[in-house]
Write a protein that binds this ligand. Structure first.
Ligand SMILES: *Cc1c(COP(=O)(O)O)cnc(C)c1O
Length: 398
């Protein structure tokens, strides 16, 4: 599928390492002033030289220079030929599903991000697209769901909130053999930890709201791909349907990306420290983090990820909602909030927050019990995070 010449930016920074690409890819000094930071091109339209003659920019829904710089930078981090930015992660997912036609079928994991599940079942099902949700650890179950109408395989790994790791190599090979478009939502891993396109995936999706932006101050989505054809189709959908981001938000993510590698190192370091601490605590029951050698998918994680990240879920002994609630109210450095991937540490209670709309029985079958708490471990000092969790756990009666 790889066609055409590498774009200029990729030629320049392609051989460079991740941190250098995070800081420089797609970004040239401003041609008029030499400004080192890409300007925020706050404009809706562009003056044309003559009818039909322009500098490649006509109207900002379709293209904006601040956005182009960001798209090139994200693409460089995923080793992709092309990047496209959207006004949110869901806007990016929406564009991907619009590649399909009524009657087409999609196989997705059964513990998909809640918003994606909602969009598939409550919006696109009405348009005649058929979705199957399968436990991706059960390779035979996925095979059993496949038919001549299956056009797309939608993967997410590590999963939310159970931190399961899906075998990307297995599913990418399956998608190739059956000519399915393989989409990987890489939000949880970030391009610092995992690059599914290098393994043969067709499309990588990011909620740039999370690790890419990294400062909990912007909503954005991104898609990366190598195929020119997929790029052209998705760019057409983005411009036609209009879920493209404004230049201010693009600037914020471009700025956030410059420390992605530094932040990810700190997230991974603190994640390991917090997971290890939680495991030593008598009031804690299970700790879900793929870095533990006895995590059921640890070997797969080692093969497809460079480190294990800062997302952790855990349950409390006795599994009482009251204990989880007291702990959530007792933390002082962690904040009780949805979302993830920012510099500040967050704690959430999936059963009452992100996964509240799933019936209790179904929720518990997938492991989302009443005492389950999810942490997005930030980049504060490790000692303060651990001390915070220690004092909050001490509030619980043993
Ligand atoms: C947040 C999230 C999304 C949706 O992204 P938004 O930017 O909130 O629209 C999609 N997938 C995953 C895994 C997410 O965490």
């Amino acid at each position: 599928m790889i066609t055409g010449e590498l774009p200029i930016f990729a030629r320049k920074t392609k051989a460079m390492k991740f941190g250098t690409r995070a800081i420089h890819a797609g970004q040239e000094p401003d041609p008029t002033t030499g400004a080192i930071m890409t300007p925020i091109y706050q404009t809706s339209t562009y003056v044309q030289e003559a009818p039909g003659v322009n500098k490649g920019y006509a109207y900002a829904r379709g293209k904006n220079p601040t956005r182009v710089a960001l798209e090139k930078c994200i693409a460089a981090l995923e080793n992709a030929r092309h990047g496209l930015c959207f006004s949110s992660g869901m806007g990016a997912a929406d564009a991907v599903i619009k590649l399909l036609r009524p009657g087409d079928e999609v196989i997705a994991s059964d513990d998909l991000y809640g918003g994606t599940y909602r969009m598939f079942t409550k919006v696109f099902q009405h348009f005649g697209i058929v979705f199957h949700f399968v436990d991706m650890h059960d390779h035979a179950a996925v095979q059993a769901r496949m038919s001549s109408k299956t056009r797309m395989l939608w993967l997410e790994t590590p999963t939310n909130p159970m931190m399961k790791v899906i075998d990307l190599a297995h599913y990418i090979a399956l998608a190739k053999a059956h000519r399915m478009v393989c989409v990987v939502d890489n939000t949880f891993a970030s391009p610092y930890l995992q690059n599914p396109l290098d393994m043969g995936a067709d499309i990588v999706l990011h909620s740039a709201t999370k690790y890419l932006g990294g400062h909990s101050d912007v909503i954005m989505g991104a898609l990366c791909m190598n195929s020119q054809e997929l790029h052209d189709q998705l760019a057409f959908i983005a411009n036609s349907c209009g879920a493209t981001p404004g230049p201010q938000d693009c600037f914020l993510v471009l700025r956030g990306l410059k420390t992605l590698h530094l932040r990810m190192q700190a997230h991974c370091h603190n994640g390991r420290a917090v997971a290890t601490f939680l495991r030593s605590q008598p009031r804690v029951d299970k700790v879900y983090w793929p870095g533990f050698p006895d995590h059921p998918n640890h070997e797969v994680a080692r093969q497809q990820m460079r480190d294990f990240g800062g997302m952790i879920s855990f349950t409390l002994r006795g599994n009482a909602f009251e204990d989880a609630s007291l702990l959530a109210r007792s933390v002082k450095v962690f904040s009780l909030a949805e979302s993830l991937g920012g510099v500040e540490s967050l704690l959430s209670h999936p059963a009452s927050m992100t996964h509240a709309s799933i019936p209790k029985e179904e929720r518990e079958r997938t492991g989302i019990v009443d005492s389950l708490l999810r942490l997005s471990v930030g980049v504060e000092d490790e000692e303060d995070l651990i001390e915070d969790l220690r004092q909050a756990l001490d509030q619980l009666k043993s």
